[in-house]
Design a protein around this ligand. Structure first.
Ligand code: ATP
Ligand code: MG
Length: 213
Protein backbone atom coordinates (compact mmCIF):
# COMPACT_ATOMS: atom_id res chain seq x y z
CA UNK A 1 0.00 0.00 0.00
CA UNK A 2 1.33 3.45 -0.94
CA UNK A 3 -0.02 5.43 2.00
CA UNK A 4 0.38 4.77 5.71
CA UNK A 5 -1.34 1.95 7.62
CA UNK A 6 -1.39 2.28 11.41
CA UNK A 7 -2.21 -0.74 13.63
CA UNK A 8 -4.05 0.05 16.87
CA UNK A 9 -5.96 -1.97 19.44
CA UNK A 10 -9.36 -0.91 20.76
CA UNK A 11 -9.77 0.44 24.27
CA UNK A 12 -7.15 2.38 26.18
CA UNK A 13 -4.49 2.34 23.47
CA UNK A 14 -6.89 3.71 20.83
CA UNK A 15 -8.24 6.35 23.23
CA UNK A 16 -4.83 7.50 24.44
CA UNK A 17 -3.38 7.48 20.92
CA UNK A 18 -6.03 9.84 19.47
CA UNK A 19 -4.37 13.04 20.80
CA UNK A 20 -0.96 11.91 19.50
CA UNK A 21 -2.37 11.23 16.04
CA UNK A 22 -4.21 14.55 16.13
CA UNK A 23 -0.87 16.26 16.74
CA UNK A 24 0.33 14.62 13.52
CA UNK A 25 -2.78 15.93 11.74
CA UNK A 26 -4.44 12.50 11.61
CA UNK A 27 -8.05 12.07 12.76
CA UNK A 28 -9.83 8.68 12.37
CA UNK A 29 -13.28 9.03 10.81
CA UNK A 30 -14.88 6.36 13.06
CA UNK A 31 -14.67 5.08 16.62
CA UNK A 32 -13.92 1.31 16.69
CA UNK A 33 -15.96 0.97 19.90
CA UNK A 34 -19.08 1.90 17.94
CA UNK A 35 -18.19 0.55 14.52
CA UNK A 36 -17.49 -3.09 13.71
CA UNK A 37 -15.17 -2.10 10.89
CA UNK A 38 -11.58 -3.31 11.18
CA UNK A 39 -10.24 -0.83 8.64
CA UNK A 40 -10.99 2.77 9.52
CA UNK A 41 -10.30 5.78 7.33
CA UNK A 42 -8.90 9.10 8.50
CA UNK A 43 -9.15 12.72 7.40
CA UNK A 44 -6.08 12.00 5.27
CA UNK A 45 -6.89 9.92 2.19
CA UNK A 46 -3.43 8.29 2.34
CA UNK A 47 -3.66 7.21 6.01
CA UNK A 48 -5.78 4.37 7.42
CA UNK A 49 -6.04 2.64 10.79
CA UNK A 50 -6.43 -1.13 11.22
CA UNK A 51 -7.95 -2.45 14.44
CA UNK A 52 -6.14 -5.51 15.84
CA UNK A 53 -5.91 -7.46 19.10
CA UNK A 54 -3.36 -5.75 21.38
CA UNK A 55 -1.05 -8.77 21.38
CA UNK A 56 -1.18 -8.96 17.55
CA UNK A 57 -0.01 -5.38 16.88
CA UNK A 58 3.74 -6.24 16.66
CA UNK A 59 2.98 -9.08 14.24
CA UNK A 60 1.10 -6.83 11.79
CA UNK A 61 3.94 -4.29 11.85
CA UNK A 62 6.70 -6.94 11.69
CA UNK A 63 5.27 -8.35 8.43
CA UNK A 64 4.58 -4.91 6.96
CA UNK A 65 0.78 -5.30 6.95
CA UNK A 66 0.94 -2.07 8.94
CA UNK A 67 3.73 0.53 8.72
CA UNK A 68 3.24 1.87 12.23
CA UNK A 69 1.67 0.52 15.38
CA UNK A 70 1.32 1.20 19.06
CA UNK A 71 1.96 -1.63 21.49
CA UNK A 72 2.56 -2.07 25.22
CA UNK A 73 6.06 -2.97 26.39
CA UNK A 74 4.47 -6.12 27.88
CA UNK A 75 3.35 -7.21 24.41
CA UNK A 76 6.66 -6.21 22.77
CA UNK A 77 8.74 -8.27 25.20
CA UNK A 78 6.61 -11.35 24.53
CA UNK A 79 6.79 -10.76 20.76
CA UNK A 80 10.57 -10.30 20.81
CA UNK A 81 10.69 -7.20 18.57
CA UNK A 82 12.03 -8.82 15.36
CA UNK A 83 11.75 -6.50 12.33
CA UNK A 84 10.56 -3.61 14.48
CA UNK A 85 12.09 -0.19 15.01
CA UNK A 86 10.94 1.23 18.36
CA UNK A 87 11.74 4.95 18.25
CA UNK A 88 9.45 6.30 20.97
CA UNK A 89 8.13 5.59 24.44
CA UNK A 90 4.71 7.28 24.20
CA UNK A 91 4.20 7.25 27.99
CA UNK A 92 0.57 6.14 27.56
CA UNK A 93 -1.29 3.08 28.94
CA UNK A 94 1.06 3.09 31.92
CA UNK A 95 0.97 0.32 34.50
CA UNK A 96 3.34 -2.15 36.19
CA UNK A 97 4.15 -5.80 35.58
CA UNK A 98 3.95 -7.44 39.00
CA UNK A 99 3.90 -10.72 40.85
CA UNK A 100 0.71 -11.17 42.89
CA UNK A 101 -0.40 -13.83 45.38
CA UNK A 102 -3.44 -14.51 47.56
CA UNK A 103 -3.58 -12.35 50.69
CA UNK A 104 -1.95 -14.40 53.47
CA UNK A 105 0.32 -16.43 51.18
CA UNK A 106 3.89 -15.99 52.45
CA UNK A 107 5.65 -15.32 49.16
CA UNK A 108 9.03 -14.53 50.72
CA UNK A 109 8.98 -17.78 52.67
CA UNK A 110 7.93 -19.75 49.59
CA UNK A 111 10.85 -18.26 47.64
CA UNK A 112 13.30 -18.96 50.51
CA UNK A 113 12.12 -22.56 50.82
CA UNK A 114 13.38 -23.32 47.32
CA UNK A 115 10.17 -25.23 46.48
CA UNK A 116 8.92 -24.87 42.90
CA UNK A 117 6.41 -22.07 42.59
CA UNK A 118 3.46 -22.49 40.21
CA UNK A 119 2.99 -19.20 38.35
CA UNK A 120 0.11 -18.54 35.96
CA UNK A 121 0.51 -15.80 33.37
CA UNK A 122 -0.07 -14.52 29.86
CA UNK A 123 3.53 -13.22 29.95
CA UNK A 124 5.59 -16.44 29.84
CA UNK A 125 8.84 -14.88 28.55
CA UNK A 126 8.82 -11.97 30.99
CA UNK A 127 8.01 -14.29 33.90
CA UNK A 128 10.66 -16.86 32.92
CA UNK A 129 13.37 -14.17 32.79
CA UNK A 130 12.29 -12.55 36.03
CA UNK A 131 12.33 -15.74 38.10
CA UNK A 132 15.50 -17.08 36.43
CA UNK A 133 17.32 -13.84 37.35
CA UNK A 134 16.20 -14.32 40.98
CA UNK A 135 17.15 -18.00 40.95
CA UNK A 136 13.57 -19.02 41.78
CA UNK A 137 12.37 -22.32 40.33
CA UNK A 138 8.95 -21.96 38.72
CA UNK A 139 6.46 -23.98 36.73
CA UNK A 140 4.89 -21.52 34.33
CA UNK A 141 1.26 -22.02 33.33
CA UNK A 142 0.18 -20.14 30.19
CA UNK A 143 -3.17 -18.35 30.38
CA UNK A 144 -4.84 -15.93 27.96
CA UNK A 145 -6.79 -13.80 30.46
CA UNK A 146 -8.44 -13.63 33.89
CA UNK A 147 -5.13 -14.52 35.55
CA UNK A 148 -6.57 -13.42 38.92
CA UNK A 149 -8.71 -16.54 39.01
CA UNK A 150 -5.83 -19.02 38.90
CA UNK A 151 -4.64 -18.79 42.54
CA UNK A 152 -8.23 -18.73 43.80
CA UNK A 153 -9.04 -22.14 42.37
CA UNK A 154 -5.68 -23.82 43.03
CA UNK A 155 -4.28 -23.62 39.50
CA UNK A 156 -1.26 -21.58 40.65
CA UNK A 157 0.46 -20.13 43.74
CA UNK A 158 1.11 -16.78 42.09
CA UNK A 159 0.39 -14.79 38.95
CA UNK A 160 2.40 -12.36 36.83
CA UNK A 161 0.09 -9.66 35.50
CA UNK A 162 -0.31 -5.95 34.80
CA UNK A 163 -1.39 -3.82 37.74
CA UNK A 164 -2.47 -0.20 37.69
CA UNK A 165 -4.86 0.73 40.51
CA UNK A 166 -4.71 -2.68 42.18
CA UNK A 167 -8.52 -2.76 42.34
CA UNK A 168 -8.85 -6.00 40.36
CA UNK A 169 -6.34 -7.71 42.67
CA UNK A 170 -8.13 -6.37 45.75
CA UNK A 171 -11.54 -7.52 44.48
CA UNK A 172 -10.12 -11.04 44.21
CA UNK A 173 -8.29 -11.03 47.56
CA UNK A 174 -4.86 -10.87 45.92
CA UNK A 175 -1.91 -8.61 46.65
CA UNK A 176 1.10 -7.52 44.59
CA UNK A 177 4.31 -8.72 46.25
CA UNK A 178 6.96 -7.84 43.67
CA UNK A 179 7.37 -5.31 40.88
CA UNK A 180 8.92 -6.68 37.71
CA UNK A 181 9.01 -3.57 35.51
CA UNK A 182 7.12 -0.41 34.61
CA UNK A 183 5.04 -0.71 31.43
CA UNK A 184 3.99 1.88 28.88
CA UNK A 185 3.19 1.82 25.17
CA UNK A 186 5.71 2.35 22.37
CA UNK A 187 5.48 3.46 18.79
CA UNK A 188 6.67 0.63 16.55
CA UNK A 189 7.69 0.99 12.91
CA UNK A 190 8.29 -1.62 10.20
CA UNK A 191 12.02 -1.34 9.44
CA UNK A 192 11.69 -1.86 5.68
CA UNK A 193 8.79 0.61 5.42
CA UNK A 194 10.85 3.23 7.23
CA UNK A 195 13.55 2.94 4.53
CA UNK A 196 11.15 2.81 1.56
CA UNK A 197 8.64 5.42 2.76
CA UNK A 198 10.73 7.63 5.00
CA UNK A 199 9.42 10.90 3.50
CA UNK A 200 5.88 9.79 4.39
CA UNK A 201 6.58 8.20 7.79
CA UNK A 202 9.22 10.46 9.35
CA UNK A 203 6.99 13.57 9.62
CA UNK A 204 4.33 11.47 11.41
CA UNK A 205 6.93 10.00 13.78
CA UNK A 206 8.35 13.48 14.46
CA UNK A 207 4.92 14.99 15.14
CA UNK A 208 4.04 12.18 17.54
CA UNK A 209 7.43 12.63 19.27
CA UNK A 210 6.65 16.32 19.72
CA UNK A 211 3.29 15.52 21.30
CA UNK A 212 4.61 13.03 23.90
CA UNK A 213 4.47 14.61 27.36
P1 ATP B 1 -7.49 -8.29 25.41
O1 ATP B 1 -8.25 -7.45 26.40
O2 ATP B 1 -7.98 -8.17 23.99
O3 ATP B 1 -7.22 -9.68 25.86
P2 ATP B 1 -5.32 -6.84 26.38
O4 ATP B 1 -5.79 -7.12 27.75
O5 ATP B 1 -3.86 -7.02 26.10
O6 ATP B 1 -6.05 -7.67 25.28
P3 ATP B 1 -5.94 -4.12 26.84
O7 ATP B 1 -6.52 -4.47 28.15
O8 ATP B 1 -6.60 -3.09 25.98
O9 ATP B 1 -5.77 -5.39 25.94
O10 ATP B 1 -4.44 -3.68 27.07
C1 ATP B 1 -3.68 -3.16 26.02
C2 ATP B 1 -2.36 -2.68 26.58
O11 ATP B 1 -2.59 -1.66 27.54
C3 ATP B 1 -1.58 -3.76 27.32
O12 ATP B 1 -0.76 -4.49 26.44
C4 ATP B 1 -0.79 -2.94 28.32
O13 ATP B 1 0.40 -2.44 27.72
C5 ATP B 1 -1.72 -1.79 28.64
N1 ATP B 1 -2.52 -2.06 29.85
C6 ATP B 1 -3.14 -3.20 30.17
N2 ATP B 1 -3.77 -3.10 31.35
C7 ATP B 1 -3.53 -1.85 31.78
C8 ATP B 1 -3.94 -1.12 32.94
N3 ATP B 1 -4.67 -1.66 33.89
N4 ATP B 1 -3.57 0.17 33.03
C9 ATP B 1 -2.83 0.75 32.08
N5 ATP B 1 -2.40 0.09 30.96
C10 ATP B 1 -2.75 -1.17 30.82
MG1 MG C 1 -7.30 -6.40 29.03
Amino acid sequence: MNGITIALSKGRIFEETLPLLAAAGIVPTENPEQSRKLIIGTNRPDVRVVIVRASDTPTYVQYGAADLGIAGKDVLIEHGGAGLYQPLDLKIAKCRMSVAVPVGFDYAAAVRSGARLRVATKYINTAREHFAAKGVHVDLIKLYGSMELAPLVGLADAIVDLVSSGNTLKANNLVAVEDIMPISSRLIVNQAALKMKRELLQPVIDAIAGAVK
